[in-house]
Design a protein around this ligand. Structure first.
Ligand code: PLP
Length: 374
């Protein structure tokens, strides 16, 4: 198998599995319990929190473990809006967000909030002028992702954070595609809330965290015991937390090295596909993009036909379309960038990761060449 769908999920690192194993068997005690063995587990959970916080350069009591990106997005956006409803009910996001963000905004919109969806240009970068102009007296939240999962386009979050900060508006960013892949300056970007997921950075599934800069300005997701300072109660996912912290440690140890090697593979892919297949168009931003994500529109062949043929050769990629309610809808991301539904239907995402090799890239291009009969 050639796995080029690392933006969907990544293969868990074997060192992560190793770190987790004891907590799935003999180290099973409840971290909230009184006895010494449990205190040790609790200290390990807090050590994991501290280690993650250190990588971000933030205090450890700003890291709240969740079940992943979706939960973090839901929590951040819903609570930020609801807690400030006295102050105002206008909230801002952009058209190319992940469904975890967009559908939370949709829910709020159906419940009396006013939503502005800021547009993006052809490369998927948000329109900062439009963002500034859309801010009102009653704006209480801006949620813009750090990098887009389909295009790989990196958003100008430093500028967005600055705009939000000047107006005292909470700024949430979905950093699921970027944390552990490229550096993030949480303070420099004035980020108030940030969502992260473990399985996108070679960690376990079902674990992630929400960074909450000031919990006094924030609220609880669930009602229950005192775990996660009572804001996100429930017995901790100890193996997940230990695994996530190990994955983060590995990611930061090899950050520069991975950026260099994964970018080289992406450059190879982009150069070779242009040479091999006439009429392909690479979407996204030339300068501001993730190391490993390539989004390609083909000529004269449906994305789905391509995906099926690639799958038959053992190659995993992803379509620029999402299947909803049985119907294939063109990707909202590509449509927001100005692609036609027809172009969107001929678009695939290849997301390269640290485990891929140049041979796999060249093999994929040669298979694509055969499928496209060129
Ligand atoms: C994968 C992804 C999510 C969802 O994360 P889960 O941990 O799978 O819930 C949210 N946002 C973005 C940008 C993603 O790529």
């Amino acid at each position: 198998m050639i796995y080029l769908d690392n933006a969907a999920t990544t293969k868990m690192d074997s060192q992560v599995l190793e770190a987790m194993l004891p907590y799935l068997s003999e180290s099973y005690l409840n971290p909230s319990a009184f006895y010494q063995g449990a205190v040790k587990i609790r200290m390990q959970v807090e050590g994991a929190r501290r280690s993650i916080a250190e990588k971000l350069g933030v205090p450890s009591d700003t890291i709240f473990f969740t079940s992943g990106g979706t939960e973090s997005d839901n929590w951040a956006i819903r609570l930020a809006a609801q807690l400030q409803c006295e102050k105002g009910k206008h909230i801002i996001t952009c058209a190319i967000e992940h469904p975890a963000v967009l559908n939370t905004f949709k829910y709020l919109q159906e419940n009396g909030y006013d939503v502005t969806y800021v547009g993006v240009d052809r490369s998927g970068r948000i329109d900062l002028t439009q963002l500034k102009e859309s801010i009102r007296e009653d704006t209480v939240l801006i949620s813009i992702m750090h990098a887009n999962n389909e295009l790989g386009t990196i958003e100008p979050i430093e500028e967005i954070g600055q705009i939000a900060h000047e107006k005292d508006i909470l700024f949430h960013t979905d950093a699921v595609q970027t944390f552990g892949h490229i550096p993030i300056d949480v303070d420099g970007c004035n980020i108030d809330l940030m969502s992260v997921s473990g399985h996108k950075l070679y960690g376990p599934k079902g674990i992630g965290f929400l960074y909450i800069r000031d919990r006094r300005r924030f609220g609880r997701l669930h009602f229950g015991g005192s775990q996660e300072k009572g804001l996100r109660p429930g017995t901790e996912n100890v193996p997940g937390i230990i695994g996530l912290s190990k994955a983060v440690e590995i990611a930061y140890d090899r950050l520069e090295q991975d950026i260099t090697s994964v970018s080289a593979l992406r450059d190879l892919f982009a150069a070779e596909i242009k040479k091999a297949i006439p009429g392909v168009c690479i979407n996204g931003d030339n300068e501001h993009h993730l190391p490993g994500t390539v989004n390609v529109t083909f000529k004269g062949i449906l994305g789905e036909s391509l995906l099926i043929a690639l799958d038959q050769s053992g190659i995993c990629a992803s379509a620029g379309s999402a299947c909803s309610a049985g119907a294939i809808e063109p990707s909202h991301v590509l449509i927001a960038c100005g692609l036609t539904p027809d172009e969107a239907g001929r678009t695939l995402r290849f997301s390269i990761g640290r485990n891929n090799t140049p041979e796999e890239i060249l093999k994929t291009i040669s298979v694509l060449k055969t499928i496209c009969r060129v």
